[in-house]
Ligand binder design. Structure first.
Ligand code: FES
Ligand SMILES: [Fe+2]
Length: 369
């Protein structure tokens, strides 16, 4: 799993002035809104003796530990240690890691890393959000998979024919082939557009969207765990699907889906789009949860790769690049010490002042593998 990316912690509508304890990258965090409505996210473990802050209270814009009442503000600084008395100055070393938060597309994104603002990867843009002529729908779901398997599944043009029988020829055409893929790279990802021939959509309203049965679709990834899909039913009818995923843990993935469309805009069609999407999601889940190994080797060891997998291989290469920058968490060490060391993902303040922290920073791996 990778630090130094933005991950969706929760839907904005679910974040209140009460503590919300969430797991991301196998570690625990707490989020809350202050009295001005601003969202905050800090590491869940109290520096005193390991209290779970997410099980405490929000008091005066701070999170208060349920064990001995230490209070931490949204910047992670400890503002009060009650046992020292009312006049005591609180040492800086009592602080916890605090993470940048951005609310976009109905989601609360947290930057889990220590990069300064100008060097951070971006949140995958959804340029149609709130634009006139576009309508959006959201869904969330949780799969027992490693995030790499989601990105591979979504960046994979050749599974549609076999997994989503209702979109293609269901494997019945003897002329089926995936045309040569032109991988287009973006600063934090890559993707490709491919032309599909698809029978008329069975639904009588949707049939009109795709009069020629020719459907130009494409997909790709952005960062470690976000993907996009563009379905052009015709030159003017489009549907774009954005998946923002967060590894709650190595084999526990929560996925926030935002679907944009510029056709059949009346709300009476929402249910239809959501139902079709839920079917496609389930079709993918059934296959992807059973993949072996659950976590593929970045170097494709034990696999036979074909040209239709080009975007996937591009993604794996990026994972290696990001690993060489020191962004891949050392999951083996984290797991081995679970319950004995309360690791915290290094935050931007830790990079400025690496020494003066009580809680141990989560280890990373750099070697290729
Ligand atoms: S463990 Fe949090 S205040 Fe003591
Ligand atoms: Fe799929």
């Amino acid at each position: 799993m990778f630090m130094n990316f933005w991950y969706p912690a929760e839907e904005s509508r679910n974040l209140t002035d009460k503590p919300l304890k969430v797991q991301m990258l196998g570690l625990w965090f707490v989020l809350w809104r202050d009295s001005e409505g601003r969202a905050h996210c800090v590491h869940n473990t109290c520096t005193h003796r390991g209290g779970s802050l997410g099980d405490g209270k929000v008091v005066g814009d701070c999170i208060q530990c349920p064990y001995h009442g230490w209070k931490f503000n949204g910047a992670g600084d400890c503002e009060r240690i009650p046992s020292l008395g009312p006049l005591a100055k609180v040492p800086a070393r009592a602080r916890i890691d605090a993470y940048p938060v951005e609310e976009r597309y109905g989601l609360v994104f947290v930057f889990l890393g220590d990069l300064p603002e100008g060097e951070r990867p971006t949140i995958m843009p959804n340029n149609e959000w709130d634009q006139p002529g576009w309508r959006s729908l959201s869904m969330r779901y949780r799969w027992n998979i490693n995030y790499v398997r989601l990105v591979e599944n979504q960046s994979d043009p050749s599974h549609i024919e076999y997994v989503h029988a209702g979109f293609g020829m269901a494997g019945k055409s003897t002329n089926y082939e995936v045309p040569k893929i032109n991988v287009e790279e973006t600063p934090w990802g890559a993707g490709a557009m491919v032309v599909f021939y698809s029978p008329e959509l069975p639904d009588k309203d949707m049939k009109k969207l795709q009069p020629e049965g020719r459907n130009e679709s494409g997909s790709g990834y952005h960062g470690a765990a976000s993907t996009w899909t563009r379905v052009n039913f015709s030159p003017t009818n489009h549907m774009h699907i954005y998946l923002y995923a967060v590894p709650r843990d190595e084999l526990d993935l929560e996925i926030f889906l935002v679907m944009q469309r510029n056709c059949m805009l009346e709300d009476k069609y929402d249910e239809n789009f959501l139902r079709r999407m839920a079917v496609a999601v389930e079709e993918d889940r059934i296959v992807v949860e059973k993949l072996d190994p659950q976590i593929p080797s970045t170097a494709a060891i034990g696999e036979f790769i074909v040209p239709a997998d080009d975007v996937i291989m591009n993604y794996r290469q990026r994972l290696l690049d990001w690993q060489q920058r020191g962004w891949r968490l050392d999951v083996d060490t984290l797991k081995r010490n679970r319950g004995r060391v309360a690791y915290s993902i290094a935050s931007p303040a830790r990079r400025q002042d690496p020494q003066n922290w009580a809680v141990t920073a989560a280890p990373v791996v750099r070697a290729a593998g």
